[in-house]
Design a protein around this ligand. Structure first.
Ligand SMILES: C[S@@+](CC[C@H](N)C(=O)[O-])C[C@H]1O[C@@H](n2cnc3c(N)ncnc32)[C@H](O)[C@@H]1O
Length: 238
């Protein structure tokens, strides 16, 4: 259970990123993301705090980058529909396998297989750009590109919120021990436990993110071991 968490393990590969990954295991992994997100990701809080107030002012478009199986997108779509708000949600992932699986779940979400740079080139615009558990997948150059694209995708004002796990020994040990009892049942035949541990080794610390964010961006932390990269621009018309 020992791992060196003093530096980002940028060369560690997640099993789900392998193009030859076992298809059944990959699907079980998408299927199990909602469990993990329910315990650690806290998107209901973000919806109430940041997204719902904007949607109460006008209809909004939300882009979820690295949406994977689309869990967070479908949750946001469900909450906003229940609140009677006009929120159009696009779940974006660069992996066609994720988008194929997610599309089969419907949920009043538009699913697209692309990179953010393609949306920028196509002139797409949004009010809110989010991601969950994406940052640790990215190299330094990819992170810079994500921040540049996210800002470009909200030209009329809005909000960018990229949330992820923060790398720490405590987070690693908590995930390792917390998932151990479920390794042979709930999480079996999935990459959740192995990739979760690799994710924490690959994750940024708040200090590492703070050192690279351009001006206008903020790094926040929250429990449990959450890191939030934020960029906010007032409406061009306000
Ligand atoms: C750990 S999964 C998170 C899935 C989902 N956001 C969730 O929390 O359930 C990360 C996803 O990011 C996608 N991804 C990685 N790099 C990407 C990029 N540059 N652009 C879009 N998607 C990317 C991967 O294909 C993968 O599906």
């Amino acid at each position: 259970m020992r791992a060196d968490l003093s530096v980002r393990a940028v060369d560690a590969r997640e099993l789900m990123d392998d193009p030859d990954a076992d298809a059944r295991m990959l699907e079980r992994t998408y299927e199990r993301f909602p469990l993990i997100n329910a315990v650690v990701s806290r998107w209901r809080t973000v919806y109430r705090r940041d997204i719902r107030p904007l949607a109460r002012q006008r209809s909004i478009r939300v882009l979820d980058v690295g949406a994977g199986g689309g869990d967070v997108s479908r949750s946001l779509a469900g909450w906003s529909r229940r609140d009677g708000l006009a929120v159009e949600i696009t779940a974006l992932d660069a992996d066609a396998r994720a988008i194929r699986w997610a599309r089969g779940r419907g949920g009043h979400v538009e699913y697209r297989c692309a990179y953010t740079s393609e949306l920028v080139d196509a002139g797409e615009t949004y009010d809110v750009v989010i991601s969950n558990h994406l940052l640790h997948h990215l190299s330094g150059a990819e992170l810079t590109a994500l921040m540049r694209d996210s800002a470009a995708l909200i030209p009329h004002g809005g909000l960018v919120i990229h949330r992820d796990i923060a790398r720490s020994t405590l987070a690693y040990l908590a995930f390792a021990t917390g998932t151990l009892p479920f390794a042979g049942n709930l999480l079996s035949d999935s990459f959740i436990r192995a990739d979760g541990l690799t994710s924490i080794r690959r994750a940024y610390t708040p200090a590492e993110l703070s050192a690279v964010v351009p001006s206008g961006w903020q790094v926040r932390t929250a429990l449990p071991a959450r890191i939030e990269l934020r960029y906010e621009v007032a409406d061009a018309g306000s």
